[in-house]
Design a protein around this ligand. Structure first.
Ligand SMILES: C[S@@+](CC[C@H](N)C(=O)[O-])C[C@H]1O[C@@H](n2cnc3c(N)ncnc32)[C@H](O)[C@@H]1O
Length: 559
């Protein structure tokens, strides 16, 4: 296998498992190529991928050279046009021949693309790609610092006038992600209310407003579940089933105290029950709830296993919404201040001249679409990456997804609950769309009338979010498991995904909402047959608790 094939494999593995180039290259022993060469080629190519993907698309090379995958084309064109020594192949090599014969066309397209971007010379474009503003990790997007304004203690306007008064507003997220760490820029998010982004170099923790619980460091994606749950859509109490350290709990508390929610349920003070199984994390949760000023709304249930919370208990009779954010593989986590590459792949022209969409491409070539690759290694993710860990990863995902499904089915049994938000910081279908699809097909969902919360039924910011679930992942479960009619396209469209470290500046994340018409159903909890089966599997060996705890450790400041 050539250097280029192995480099293409690195992109594919990173795409599928969400790993960093560094860890994939250096954790696998059996590369034929030199690891340092492989690392240099993949990171350099990824840096240029925004420019080169356009060059390749406009040249039409992929339409003619059908043996070339988008990844291979990107790598070959990079070396052909930009590497000082050109292609690392003999001229007679098939791959070399397939790309060299298009050199004139590709060079012309590179010139056009350079001029289109306003660069007078290739050196000027190169220094732009290599990064401006003196960023040592030049050419890389840096993960922004997201700050949720805690409206229990302050307001967005007040913070923009005080803590961020010396910051220059920008409407472009790319400014935040590519500026010098020393630049003081601030971006107001367009999807989630009361959310700001600042460059990663800004240390917000030294500000008094942070110490007073007015500002909460929370990734944009991590704000989606409480926002999607939309407390104002129901009037009763809320359970946060897996709550520590409490970012989503305090977000829920802020939302239930907002104007919209007050109008929905003005007469009765709503409660949020925050369950946390782990003793130490329960302490962190209690601390965070106090600091955020949410203790009048939130009742922390320390060391409370959600699975042991009885849906029949009188104190939960008024619970109408549940937020479920269980432990997961954590493959979407971006390390603190991690530099991330944004890999753009060229679209392929099909026979009839239309461009293959990313979704179709994923369907056709399981790992062909690489979007974002983290360049830094984060300890949480290492054990889950690479082919060598493939079997272990599959076993782990199977155990995690059974556990997640069991929690979700349990949430569906609560008598008055009409809304559920389910989320993970995982990139894996098994923990995301597949759990959602299995839950929809479960006995309890069918018996109790649970449906997916469709895109058009979601709050404005979530409707507007363009990255949705994977149809193939939903369809895989439905084909394998059932004859029931649930439209895979609708379910996938209802699911929300966030890319890890891409141009949106989010961590990798997944969230979906469920709803049901409680009025149309009479109560009576029917224990799910499938739930019982899953439960039996879970008690049959795998120690999920310890595994979850280990994974969770790594993102306490992000979640
Ligand atoms: C992904 S973290 C939750 C992060 C939290 N929602 C936030 O935004 O800050 C998952 C948490 O669920 C807890 N957990 C796992 N299984 C649980 C269960 N059965 N009942 C209650 N908590 C559980 C873990 O200890 C961990 O603290």
């Amino acid at each position: 296998m050539s250097l280029y094939h192995e480099a293409a494999e690195v992109f594919a593995v990173a795409s599928k498992d969400g790993g960093s180039i560094k860890s994939i290259v250096f954790s696998k022993k059996k590369w034929k190529s030199d690891g340092r060469t492989l690392f240099a080629l993949t990171t350099e190519t990824a840096k240029w991928s925004d420019v080169l993907s356009k060059v390749i698309e406009n040249s039409g090379v992929l339409k003619v050279e059908k043996q070339l995958s988008p990844q291979l084309a990107l790598l070959l064109v990079h070396d052909l046009l930009l590497a000082p020594r050109g292609l690392a192949l003999t001229p007679k090599h098939g791959l070399a021949a397939s790309i060299t014969k298009h050199k004139a066309r590709l060079s012309a397209e590179l010139t056009k693309e350079r001029l289109r971007r306003g660069f007078a010379s290739i050196d000027a474009l190169r220094s732009h790609v290599n990064g401006s503003a003196g960023d040592v990790r030049s050419g890389l997007y840096r993960h922004p610092r997201w700050i949720r304004i805690n409206t229990l203690r302050t307001s967005l306007a007040a913070q923009l006038e005080t803590t961020f008064a010396s910051f220059k507003p920008t409407s472009a997220m790319t400014d935040i992600m590519t500026c010098s760490p020393a630049d003081k820029l601030v971006h107001t998010d367009q999807h989630v209310p009361n959310l700001l982004a600042v460059p990663p170099g800004v240390d917000i923790t030294s500000h008094q407003a942070y110490k007073d619980g007015k500002l909460i460091i929370q990734d944009k994606a991590s704000c989606f579940p409480a926002y999607l749950l939309d407390p104002s859509s129901t009037v009763g109490d809320i359970i946060d089933a897996c709550a520590a350290p409490g970012n989503k709990t305090t977000h829920l508390a802020a939302l239930t105290s907002s104007g919209a929610d007050q109008q929905t349920s003005p007469s009765r003070k709503r409660k949020i029950f925050a369950c946390e199984r782990d003793a130490e994390r329960s302490k962190t949760l209690s601390k965070m709830v106090r600091l955020a000023g949410a203790d009048s709304v939130v009742q922390v249930r320390t060391r409370q296993d959600f699975l042991k919370v009885s849906p029949q208990a009188a104190e939960f009779a008024n619970v109408t919404a549940i937020l479920l954010d269980p432990s997961c593989s954590g493959s979407g986590i971006v390390g603190r201040d991690e530099a991330v590459l944004n890999l753009h792949l060229p679209a392929v022209d099909t026979e009839n001249g239309t461009k293959t969409t990313h979704r179709k491409r994923k369907h056709e070539m399981a790992e062909a679409e690489t979007k974002q690759l983290a360049t830094d290694d984060t300890s949480e993710n290492v054990p889950l990456e690479g082919e060598a860990a493939g079997t272990k990863l599959q076993d782990r995902l199977a155990a995690l997804s059974s556990f997640q499904l069991r929690l979700l089915e349990h949430a569906m049994t609560f008598h008055a609950v009409a809304r559920i938000a389910y989320s993970t910081c995982s990139l894996h279908d098994e923990e995301n769309e597949q759990v959602v699809a299995k839950a929809l097909l479960s006995d309890v969902a069918v018996e109790r009338g649970w449906k997916i919360l469709r895109r058009e039924q979601q709050v404005d910011g979530m409707q507007a979010w363009s990255k949705r679930g994977r149809v193939e992942a939903v369809a895989a479960v439905m084909n394998a498991d059932t004859t029931e009619e649930i439209d895979a396209d609708v379910v996938a469209e209802a699911c929300i995904r966030c890319e890890k470290g891409g141009e949106d500046g989010t961590m990798g994340f997944f969230v979906a909402g469920f709803m049901r018409d409680v009025e149309a159903r009479n109560g009576g909890v029917q224990p799910s047959k499938k739930g019982a089966a899953v439960s039996a599997t879970l008690h049959n060996g795998t120690d999920l608790q310890n595994g979850d705890e280990e994974e969770w450790e790594g993102f306490s400041d992000q979640e």
